[in-house]
Design a protein around this ligand. Structure first.
Ligand code: BG6
Length: 476
């Protein structure tokens, strides 16, 4: 990871400039970066899409979603719009005259355009780095299974070098996720117990209270597994499971992450639960069943919840299951990682009222709260032997003035400064798809188990834990 310096000037070309991602996340993130003094005044944003619009129209469309302070003043004048068809070579040849020496091409488009846009950029000579850098940022989903991900990698790597390609996983832009590496490798305390001698199992939960809402068309063709597991949840698993890198250089870190993702044993369908929400109540509001949502095939089998037991076949993790779960329309929004330690080897209290002590847990809270808690057991004051679990809590909010960021600030800054640490390499993505491929095949049959909206998910997800005498950490 690099020192914090002002990013070099560049033209950021956004394909899909009037879309949701650009308005809600990319433009606000650029404004926040400018506000922090990390962008020069000659950073330009060139928006392209097939709608009729002009420079002022794009500025107006973006302004509605961001804070119009000094950051906006810095970048506003550098925002331009060109109408263009992503499948027409003319769109790309006419771009050449608009770019400075450095350019970033951000593909905030439907995934069907990822391959064609990279090929067209290359054919127009726009990826040649004669004078400055040329980088391509690719959003998710990157492929829909192993074969399509491999094909997309081949297609784009025929046009650009791996070090020009930035495959985004926005979970890696979250502060608490980046903090996992610091917590692990910056402290002796944790790393010395970070293995199968001391850890019983790991839980990774990304629970969402939101429903599918207006994203029905995308979601019904995607489902919870493809949407969240090989990318976001496996990236969290990699942060927890990776070996110490030999340095903090991007390639050293990416290599360690790839090693652990490729050690994930292809998931046995017996260890996988899929669910779909039925009507219920979330936060006091009635929610209709997934199958009754707009643009959903009422005869379809798309899952809105997944729970998996995953084995990581490395020396460090042999015998330590990783339980992963994610879903929509759940009781609350709660993304967290729980490291559950083993029980003490010998209960010295067996002959007392304390027969079984709860094991230690380290809970990494990612959102909405951000922090780290360590749960342990203490003696209750007073005569006799009674114990109680307590928690040592570190909360980001207590220590740092955290302004509201989108998570894309770090990622965009890293693209501009050429730091690929937080981006997925081709081999990581392929290894992740390989691990979930058996489920993609198996789940072409049958149907997900229903769970009421506002619950913690289907009952079988609890049974997956109970089978091994374990239980999920509660969703808040
Ligand atoms: C996206 C998924 O990648 O991540 C969405 O497509 C999901 O379905 C979202 O809601 C979750 O991100 P966050 O940052 O809100 O936790």
């Amino acid at each position: 990871m690099n020192q914090i310096v002002v990013a070099p000037p560049a033209t950021i070309v956004i394909f899909g400039a009037l879309g949701d991602l650009t308005r809600r996340l990319l433009a606000p993130a650029l404004v926040n970066l400018a506000e922090s003094g990390l962008l020069t005044t000659d950073t330009n944003l060139l928006g392209i899409s097939y709608h009729d619009c002009d420079d002022e129209g794009l500025r107006r469309a973006l302004a509605g979603f961001l804070n119009e302070g000094t950051g906006w003043e810095i970048i506003r004048g550098g925002i331009h719009y060109r109408k263009g068809d992503f499948t027409n070579p003319q769109t790309f040849t006419s771009l050449a005259a608009e770019l400075g020496s450095n350019a970033v091409f951000y593909l905030a488009t439907s995934p069907s355009f990822f391959g064609p846009i990279v090929e067209a950029l290359s054919a127009a000579g726009l990826l040649d780095e004669a004078e400055g850098f040329r980088r391509v940022v690719i959003e998710k989903p990157f492929g829909t299974d192993l074969a399509t991900a491999e094909a997309l990698n081949r297609r784009i790597l025929a046009c650009a070098r791996e070090d020009q390609i930035y495959r985004i996983d926005h979970f890696l832009g979250k502060e608490t996720v980046q903090n996992i590496m610091i917590a692990r490798f910056g402290n002796t305390l944790l790393e010395s117990v970070w293995n199968n001698r001391y850890i019983d199992h790991v839980q990774i939960t990304a629970a969402e209270a939101v429903t599918v809402g207006s994203r029905g068309r995308f979601y019904d063709a995607t489902g919870a597994l493809r949407d969240m597991v090989p990318n976001h949840l496996f990236q969290l698993l990699a942060m927890i499971g990776m070996e110490p890198p030999v340095s903090f250089d991007a390639e050293a870190i990416r290599t360690e992450k790839e090693k652990v993702i490729s050690a994930i044993r292809p998931v046995d369908p017996q260890n996988a639960i899929r669910g779909r929400y039925s009507a219920g109540t979330v936060a006091g509001e009635p929610v209709s069943a997934y199958l009754a949502e707009p643009e959903i095939d009422p005869t379809g089998r798309t899952e809105t919840f997944v729970a998996l037991k995953v084995h990581v076949d490395t020396w460090r993790w042999a015998g330590v299951p990783f339980y992963l779960r994610t879903g929509k329309a759940l009781a609350a929004r709660d993304t967290e990682i729980v490291i559950q330690f083993r029980e003490v080897p010998l209960s010295l209290f067996r002959k007392t009222v304390v027969d079984r002590l709860p094991p230690n847990r380290l809970v990494v809270q990612i959102q909405p709260d951000e922090g780290i808690n360590l749960e342990f057991v203490v003696k209750r004051p007073g005569p006799g032997l009674a114990t109680t679990p307590v928690s040592m809590d570190f909360s980001y909010a207590d220590h740092f003035q955290v302004s509201h960021l989108t998570g894309y600030e770090t990622l965009l800054y890293d693209v501009l400064t050429g730091d690929q640490t937080l981006f997925q390499r081709a081999d990581q993505i392929e290894a992740a798809w390989r691990a979930v491929q058996p489920l993609l095949e198996m789940w072409q049959q049958g149907a997900p188990e229903e769970y009421p909206a506002g619950s913690d998910g289907p009952e079988s997800a609890d049974a997956l834990m109970h089978r091994a005498h374990r239980r999920w950490h509660r969703v808040k």
